[in-house]
Design a protein around this ligand. Structure first.
Ligand code: SF4
Length: 382
């Protein structure tokens, strides 16, 4: 398909990583593997004149295949995997009197903020890489093994709602596979531009399915795209793994929000777990202050730099009219929770492909291979 599209048309748009993605897609000597973050599929439609918040997961997969990606995997898969690792890490910290509260680490803007402004709290950050980086590390190891492909031939691409993800992919620590785990990062808007340049009739595409074995996901992985989603996903799994019982209501609405700070207490067996969800980086200061002055009594803190979470990230389609922004974000958020409700599996530990990954390759959460590929460390930044 791309052979028929002239390069100058593309070059005129000066799209950075996108140009390199285009070149990789036209290069038969490489194997391209792509992942898309949860929020991409509820934003992409807007750049094609469709309703805000319209879920286009299937069209997105078909468009990626038409563009020529050899493997279409999914960041939602590694969002589920993140829950397995991060939930296990939290339980271990609680049982072993480790550093608490633990901070989520999936938002690179938040991680960089801690490294830069509050390095004394870096041990509070979960050592888990973000779902983007976990996927990249797996593409070039497990993915290469499954595909019987030379990892050196793999070009690992992600599509993210976020410009900070480009920085995250370039961190020197993110090379567990032996080379950059994620080579190139497109934003949602950049993907929309590529699809348009290729002349793909996005609105009329038939839905496709991501490739196995790094493509299946549950509702818990999907809600990573909204503030409170990581916390809710972690609690769905943590509760069941600790108590051995299913939650009465899987919709943990008291951690969902998009303004300021929300605190919640959840009884998990004998353990009273206190959690905090921070919407927007600006609201993290009082929580950090409580930790520093010794008054914090909570175990787990989620911080998303964008108040509504990744659905409102800087790489998503622009909402030019300010008075429309709130409604558009509300539509994207409603779409996230609707998809979660409709999915047959809604708890990360029920993801059959995640369980297969542990059985065939990783061993167990927090095991040796997980530490090598899925966990990281942090550095002081000036
Ligand atoms: Fe990026 Fe915003 Fe999501 Fe953080 S919350 S990962 S800055 S889009």
């Amino acid at each position: 398909l791309l052979e028929s599209v002239k390069e100058p048309l593309f070059a005129a748009h000066n799209m950075g990583h996108a140009k390199k993605v285009w070149e990789a897609l036209k290069n038969p000597a490489v194997v391209t593997m792509v992942q898309c973050a949860p929020a991409v599929r509820v934003g992409l439609a807007e750049d094609f004149g469709m309703d805000s918040g319209e879920l286009v997961d299937g069209k997105m997969v078909t468009a990626l295949r038409k563009l020529g990606f050899n493997r279409v995997y999914d960041t939602n898969f590694t969002a589920d995997l993140t829950i397995m690792e991060e939930g296990s890490e939290l339980i271990k910290r609680i049982q072993d009197n480790g550093v608490l509260p633990m901070f989520t680490s999936c938002c690179p803007a938040w991680v960089k903020f801690v490294e830069q402004e509050h390095y004394d709290l870096q041990a509070n950050l979960s050592t888990c890489k973000s779902p983007q980086q976990m996927a990249g590390a797996l593409f070039k190891t497990y993915g290469a093994q499954v595909d019987k492909t030379d990892p050196k031939k793999i070009v690992s691409v992600s599509v993210m709602p976020c410009t900070a993800k480009k920085f995250e992919a370039s961190r020197p620590e993110m090379t567990a596979s032996g080379s950059p785990d994620v080579d190139l990062v497109l934003t949602t808007r950049e993907l929309a531009n590529l699809i348009k340049h290729a002349g793909i009739d996005f609105r009329n595409l038939e839905p496709g399915q991501p490739d196995s074995v790094l493509g299946a996901y549950t509702g818990a992985g999907h809600i990573f795209g909204v503030t409170g989603g990581v916390m809710e996903a972690a609690l769905r799994t943590g509760y069941e793994l600790i108590t051995g019982k299913a939650l009465d209501d899987i919709n943990i609405v008291n951690v969902r929000h998009s303004e300021g700070i929300k605190r919640a207490t959840i009884q998990v067996g004998d353990l009273t777990v206190k959690v905090v969800v921070v919407a927007g980086l600006a609201n993290a200061a009082p929580i950090l202050e409580e930790i520093k002055n010794g008054t914090a009594d909570f175990h787990f803190v989620e911080v998303m730099a964008c108040p509504q979470g990744c659905i409102s990230g800087g790489g998503q389609p622009k909402v030019l009219l300010e008075n429309k922004r709130k409604d558009v974000y509300a539509s994207r958020m409603a779409s996230m929770y609707k998809h979660d409700k409709e999915l047959p599996l809604r708890k990360s530990h029920d993801n059959p492909e995640v369980n297969k990954l542990y059985k065939d390759f990783l061993g167990k959460p927090l095991g040796h291979k997980s530490h090598e590929l899925l966990h990281t460390h942090y550095i002081r930044r000036g």
